[in-house]
Design a protein around this ligand. Structure first.
Ligand code: G6P
Length: 362
């Protein structure tokens, strides 16, 4: 309950929770390390994954967006085939399942009814289940075979921030643990890279004035906004758009850069805000071409890029982190942009209209 958690000197829980993200990442590194300082998760969970032939991630809202990033990590780091589904869709439109699926529920609250409905259903079918949640003892944790905790501390603001980055961090830990126990060489020092991520997040939350100004430059008085990215940046754009929708009520969409030309570019007119994310080497050129396309149609566009891929004129350059972990860092300015856009519109940042922190009805 919000009553027990202090905002301290913060005007809003959301801002406090954004700021807590580097500490949560450091806490997770401790929580999932063994005495030798190696990443280690519960052996039963590892066994459940090894025995399955496919993971089915089930989640809603922000947790679903974390699942999309997690799929990328599980497949590219650990070679574990993974699908991600919106809980409320899965219930009524179940895909063909593999022989030995493992269901992975991602839920900050552990109480979301849509996700629980899937859990109850797949348990009846006799399948194994794992829940990633921030709340020990929550319904989804109690009812699943296994739990991995997010260790993010209570999240009070309706718009999820630190739970999203904690979910992605735990999914990356899971991927690395599986890979290493299967004798795969992941090719980088994961604990070191995750510490670098925490430092990068810290550097970004210290640039609030920059993001406040960017919100003024790009989101003032607009009725819509587009976030574009490719590869994993696209998934972060989905979350960036959700953040803006939830708390500022600006109609926002996250789009895959290459898909714009197949319809959405028709919406671009003079002054339409387009915020592009460029953190991935292999799509850096193509996302920048997309930005040129929208600019030539009058868009008020900006680029947030990763150090090393940056070019002159980029509005914000993110500190360099390993390319498998960029979502943990690139989402931070997106959260702050949404926060300041909402503030500038006098919206109730922590308690947006029509939304609840945890939705316990289907
Ligand atoms: C609600 C919240 C969202 C959240 C979603 C899933 O709609 O407003 O912020 O992402 O539920 O919640 P969960 O607790 O399952 O992660």
């Amino acid at each position: 309950d919000a009553g027990d958690i202090e905002k301290g000197t913060y005007p809003h829980y959301m801002l406090k929770e954004i700021d807590e993200q580097p500490a949560v990442i450091r806490k997770l590194l401790m929580a999932y390390q063994n005495e030798q300082g190696e990443i280690e998760i519960d052996a039963d969970i590892r066994a459940a994954i090894d025995q399955s032939d496919r993971l089915y991630i089930i989640a809603c809202g922000t947790s679903y967006h974390a699942g999309l990033v997690g799929k990328q990590m599980l497949e590219s780091i650990a070679g574990v085939p993974t699908e991600v589904h919106i809980a409320s869709e899965f219930s009524y439109n179940m895909p063909l399942l593999s022989k030995n699926p493992l269901f992975v529920f991602i839920s900050q609250s552990g109480e979301t009814a849509d996700s629980r409905a899937v859990l109850v259903h797949v348990k009846k079918l006799g399948f194994r289940t794992l829940t990633l949640t921030n709340v020990p003892g929550s319904t989804l944790s109690r009812e699943a075979d296994h739990t991995l905790l997010l260790h993010a501390g209570p999240e009070i603001a309706v718009a999820s921030t630190k739970a999203y980055t904690a979910q992605i961090a735990v999914l990356s830990i899971l991927a690395v643990d599986i890979a290493e126990h299967n004798g795969m060489d992941i090719g980088f020092d994961f604990t070191k890279e995750l510490s670098i991520v925490a430092n990068a997040m810290e550097a970004l939350v210290d640039q609030k004035d920059v993001l406040e100004q960017m919100a003024r430059d790009y989101l003032t008085g607009t009725r819509n906004a587009f976030y574009i990215g490719r590869a994993v940046d696209y998934y972060v754009c989905l979350e960036a758009a959700l953040k803006l929708k939830e708390i500022s009520y600006v109609q926002a969409e996250g789009f895959a850069g290459g898909e714009l030309k197949h319809g959405t570019i028709a919406l671009i007119e003079k002054g339409t805000p387009v915020i592009a994310l460029a953190t991935q080497y292999h799509v850096n050129g193509s996302i920048r071409s997309n930005v040129k396309e929208v600019v030539s149609r009058g868009a008020n566009a900006c680029i947030i890029s990763l150090e090393g891929l940056n070019e002159e004129g980029d509005s914000l350059v993110l500190p360099e982190v390993h390319d498998a972990l960029t979502p943990l860092v690139s989402v931070v300015p997106m959260q702050l942009l949404a926060y300041y856009a909402a503030l500038q519109r006098d919206c109730d940042v922590d308690k947006p209209r029509n939304l609840a922190k945890s939705v316990t009805v289907e």
